[in-house]
Design a protein around this ligand. Structure first.
Ligand SMILES: [Zn+2]
Length: 88
């Protein structure tokens, strides 16, 4: 998706424009996604996404969030075993 305004010459671009009608710049020469994002002062989405994935799927980097489900499972098994032995 092109920017609304050509970052190269400032011409207003149609939403479907692949190339600037004024100066002929396109994704390769004029408006990259990075240049468009930085011109709006937005954070780099790719960087944040990588950090998110790293924290979400790497157990050593993940922050502790309450009790791990494995401990709940262990407690449940212990309770079941306790009930089985009591009912005999
Ligand atoms: Zn242009």
């Amino acid at each position: 998706m092109p920017p609304e305004i050509c970052p190269n010459c400032g011409a207003i671009l149609p939403p479907t424009a692949k190339v600037c009608p004024e100066c002929g710049s396109d994704e390769k020469t004029g408006w990259s996604e990075t240049a468009y994002a930085s011109s709006l002062g937005l954070p780099d989405e790719n960087f944040n996404y990588d950090e998110f994935v790293k924290e979400e799927f790497n157990p050593s980097l993940a922050r502790p969030r309450g009790i791990h489900w494995l401990w709940w499972l262990t407690a449940l098994i212990l309770v079941i075993l306790f009930l089985i032995f009591c009912l005999h």
